[in-house]
Design a protein around this ligand. Structure first.
Ligand code: DAS
Length: 442
C-alpha cells in the first residue's frame, strides 16, 4: 500500500484519507491532502480502502476547491496565518482507555490535526509537545518551560499560540504566563476540555477552533482562556488570563471571568466575534522578555476558617510569602470576644510576627468582589500590622501567582514599600468592579 492513496476508517469513527508514505513504529505515516503528515496506529484502523488515482484526484480537486472558497472568503488578507499549538496535557489531550474506562493523558502533537483537520482552514498549524500531564501536577518550572516555548514559537514567526492544558489549574497557568510574558505582542490562548477529545460530547473541538479563529480575527495581544460560554455548543468565551477561574467541577462552561466582563464571545460556525471588554493594557513594547518564576521560593495559600489556630499561621515562618483567603471584605478571626476566643489573640500575634518577616497578602473566599479592610475595625487591625492587598479584586489564585512572581522578580522591601501587589501589571486589577456577576447572554 506504500505510495498508494487510501481512505481509512478509524476505531474512533474518524476518517482519514491521503497517500501512505511509510510504516513507522506500527503506525502508517499518511500525507493528507493539505500536505501535512499524520501517523495512524495500525491497531486503530478499522477499515482501509485503496483509492484509485482518478478517485483521489477528485478528492484533491474537492479539497483545493474548498481551500479556494476559504481563501476567497478571507480575500484581501494573507490566506493563512501561522498558529503554534503547544501541548501540556489534560483532558483535552487525553483519550478514554476503554480497558479501564479511565481518562488517560496520552496524545501526540499530530493527533490534534488528525482529529480536528478544520483547524487547517483557519491557519497553518504547527504542534509541539511540552508534556502529557494532568494539570494538578503543574509546578513553577512548567510555567517557565511553557513561556520559553511560547517565546520560541513567536520568534519563529507564529501569529499566535494555543496552549492545550488541563482545566483544574488552567487559571493558575494563564495568570503565571500573563506575568512572565512581558512585552507580549501576540495572542496566547489556553484551551482545555471537560470531556476527552475522543468522546462525542467533547468540548475540545469548539474551544480549539474558536481559539484559532479569535487569534486570526481579533488580533488582541495578551494571554487568554478560551472555554465554553454555556453548556451548549455555540459560543466560546474569551477571558483575560489573570481574571479567569474554574468555577465548576465538570460543566463545560466551568470557566468564568471574575470581577470583570469577559473579553469576547467567539463563534467560528457563524464567523462571529462579539467583543465585550477589550483589555486596555495590551500595549506592548513588542520586545518579548521572560520574567520567570523562581521555583525555589516557597509561597503559601491558606484558606482561613472559623476556629483556625495560630499554629497554622506559624507553620509558614520559613516561607517567603503567604496569601490568606480571608472571609468577606478581608477578615480573619483575630478578636477575643469571650472565653472561647482567646485563641484569636494568638492568631493575631502570629500574623503580626509573620508579616514582619514576609509579605502577607489578603484575598477573599467570596471570590467575587473587592477587599476592603477599612470598613470594620478588625480589618483596620490587619492593616496596622502590614497585611497587604487592600482594595484588591484579584482571585485568591491570581493573588498567589502574582505574589510568587513578584518575589521572583523584585526584592521584598520594594514589594512592600511600593505596594507592588496593588500595581496593575497585566489587567489583574480593575479600578471599578463589575457587578453583573458575569452572566453574559450570548
Ligand atoms: N485532571 C484534570 C486536569 O488535567 C483533567 C482536565 O480537566 O483537563 O486539569
Amino acid at each position: 500500500m506504500i505510495g498508494k492513496r487510501a481512505e481509512f476508517l478509524l476505531t474512533d469513527g474518524a476518517k482519514i484519507s491521503g497517500r501512505v508514505m511509510n510504516i513507522q513504529d506500527n503506525a502508517l505515516i499518511i500525507k493528507l491532502l493539505n500536505g501535512y503528515n499524520v501517523g495512524v496506529l495500525i491497531d486503530e484502523i478499522k477499515e482501509a480502502k485503496e483509492l484509485d488515482e482518478e478517485e483521489s484526484r477528485d478528492n484533491r480537486k474537492e479539497y483545493e476547491k474548498s481551500l479556494r472558497h476559504e481563501e476567497h472568503k478571507n480575500s484581501g488578507e494573507k490566506l493563512k496565518i501561522q498558529i503554534s499549538i503547544i501541548h501540556t496535557g489534560g483532558t483535552i489531550a487525553s483519550k478514554v482507555d476503554y480497558k479501564t474506562g479511565a481518562v488517560i493523558a496520552r496524545f501526540k502533537p499530530e493527533d490534534i490535526l488528525k482529529m480536528f483537520p478544520e483547524l487547517n482552514n483557519i491557519a497553518n498549524i504547527n504542534s509541539r509537545l511540552i508534556g502529557n500531564m494532568l494539570s494538578e501536577n503543574m509546578r513553577a518550572e512548567h510555567y517557565n518551560l511553557i513561556a520559553e516555548a511560547v517565546k520560541e514559537e513567536i520568534e519563529n514567526g507564529s501569529d499566535g499560540v494555543i496552549i492545550t492544558h488541563g482545566t483544574d489549574t488552567l487559571h493558575y497557568t494563564s495568570s503565571a504566563l500573563s506575568f512572565i510574558l512581558e512585552g507580549l505582542n501576540k495572542p496566547v490562548v489556553l484551551v482545555g476540555a471537560q470531556r476527552s477529545s475522543d468522546r462525542a460530547s467533547s468540548d475540545a473541538y469548539l474551544n480549539l477552533i474558536n481559539a484559532a479563529y479569535f487569534i486570526k480575527r481579533a488580533k488582541m495581544p495578551g494571554v487568554y482562556v478560551c472555554m465554553h460560554n454555556s453548556i451548549n455548543d455555540d459560543d466560546s468565551v474569551i477571558i483575560l488570563g489573570t481574571k479567569a477561574r474554574k468555577m465548576h467541577t465538570s460543566r463545560r462552561d466551568a470557566f468564568k471571568s471574575i470581577n470583570t466582563k469577559p473579553v469576547a464571545l467567539v463563534n467560528y460556525k457563524e464567523k462571529k466575534i462579539k467583543v465585550i471588554n477589550k483589555p486596555t493594557n495590551t500595549k506592548s513594547s513588542g520586545k518579548l522578555t521572560l520574567r520567570r518564576f523562581n521555583p525555589k521560593l516557597k509561597v503559601g495559600l491558606l484558606k482561613s476558617f472559623p476556629g483556625i489556630n495560630h499554629e497554622l499561621i506559624d507553620f509558614f515562618k520559613d516561607y517567603d510569602g503567604l496569601v490568606i483567603e480571608g472571609t468577606g471584605l478581608g477578615h480573619l478571626p483575630i478578636v477575643e470576644n469571650d472565653k472561647f476566643t482567646e485563641e484569636n489573640s494568638r492568631v493575631f500575634e502570629s500574623l503580626k510576627k509573620l508579616s514582619r518577616k514576609m509579605p502577607v497578602v489578603m484575598s477573599s473566599q467570596t471570590i467575587y468582589g473587592r477587599i476592603n479592610m477599612n470598613v470594620y475595625s478588625p480589618g483596620r487591625m490587619l492593616l496596622s500590622i502590614g497585611i497587604l492587598g487592600n482594595f484588591s479584586d484579584m482571585t485568591p489564585e491570581t493573588t498567589f501567582i502574582k505574589l510568587w512572581w513578584l518575589l521572583s522578580n523584585y526584592n521584598t522591601d520594594k514589594i512592600r514599600r511600593k505596594n507592588l501587589i496593588m500595581k496593575n501589571f497585566r489587567g489583574e486589577l480593575t479600578d471599578k468592579s463589575d457587578e453583573s456577576f458575569n452572566i453574559i447572554e450570548s
